[in-house]
Write a protein that binds this ligand. Sequence first.
Ligand code: SF4
Length: 505
Amino acid sequence: MPDELINVLHQDGEQNGGTTVQRFWTGDYYNEGNGRDDIFDKLKEECGVFGVYGHPDAAALSYYGLHALQHRGEESAGICTSDRGEFHYHRGMGLVKEVFDQGRIESLPGDRSIGHVRYSTAGESKLANAQPLVFKYRGGDLAVATNGNIVNAPNLRRELEAQGSIFQTSSDTEVIAHLIARSPKDLVEAVKDAFGRLIGGYAFLILTNDRLIVASDPHGLRPLVMGRLGEGYIFASESCALETIGATYLRDVQPGELLVLDKDGLREDRFAQLERRAVCAMEYIYFARPDSDINAINLHSARKRMGRQLAIEAFTDADVVTGVPDSSISAAIGYAEQTGIPYELGLIKNKYTGRTFIQPSQELREKGVKMKLSAVRKVVEGKRVVMIDDSIVRGTTSLRIVNLLREAGALEVHVRITSPPFSNPCFYGIDTPDRRDLIAHSKTVEEIRQAINADSLYFLSQPGLIEAIGGHDGETDRGLCLGCFSNDYPTQTEFEDAKIGCGCD
Ligand code: SF4
């Protein structure tokens, strides 16, 4: 049986002069490195998606929306629009502002679009996996943008290949495109059937010549919101993107929901019933922007409550409280409010380091730490410091930051973490190291304290975290996924080649 699907984006790189660039970037210091040799070992963010239906400035709105979601992925960006049944698209490596300029945006006409930013890796950059992926199939054109990961993608891929499908990328997104293309049913039913076969955490935007289809996985693991701007509908991974373009927030897309937008307007449908809501707790702790709301919970407020809860669970007398920028500043403010210990900017992130394309020596890499994050000597010298951070992955980041504070004269450094120990991998789109490389997997809290050179260390309890976030009463863990802390995942994860991390590659 011949393959019915043609991935057309490889042509895009040639037609539009796009190139695949080998880069050694040090980029954002949190996302730097390849997981083996990085300065800061923070968890890698996922991707961001943005969709428009029924607004004449679809491409420009996507540009600004993706810009607001840039923290979710810095490696590549892309936008595909549909104009009177014809697709126009561009994608490239780099930040949104690097991939698109005025001319590019003007070359993308139409009143509907989907866009994507992809998370950052170092070393080899893959244009082939940049999204949206665009396909031709017997029903016309199909563009797909996704955030998350499909755990059983390798199994589905093997099955499809055995039936004759030819894959051109390693992205999960292509799996769903093949499933849709092979179905004899009409498009919406084919999409529902295809999603019914996926196991994982994902938010999908699918653009056809005349429709936009929006879906969230049956557990709502990855955030996705819906808003309105004029007569148009807007979809985004985070509500901050709605704010940026002046759209009004309508609601979060619900787990298992399938929304279809076409000339008849918006149709609300489902492809799965809600079994167990499980929104990613790390979105609240770290990933999402503090000005975003997920399920009506503001992230800044939730992080402040985490800081307060930490103070209740693990108070220590100190002279100043500081937060590791940017994600832990809200929690540090909460800790300070609860204890009365003054909050100070003891650590400063240099926002202007940008990307560098130099592969640094180890000595320079150590200097690079100070180029990107500095301790404020006047604030911490001679002081007992409480340092709030969101997570400890391998432990190297915490060690470096504790040492920065000590070198700047801190007498004591007490580390408080706004999450329970991160001891298990994520299967739903967060790029996590191998389980054996997670320091909390093999070490006790006391051993971690010693490894990061802290005077004391405390991780927020799981009940404390759940309470601080809030959420849905009466649901398992109040509707949160806590799998990386508890090893209790909301879906089956045991497959022959179960995928962990992000589905983008
Ligand atoms: S396993 Fe952890 S990082 Fe992954 S979705 Fe669940 S809470 Fe988020």
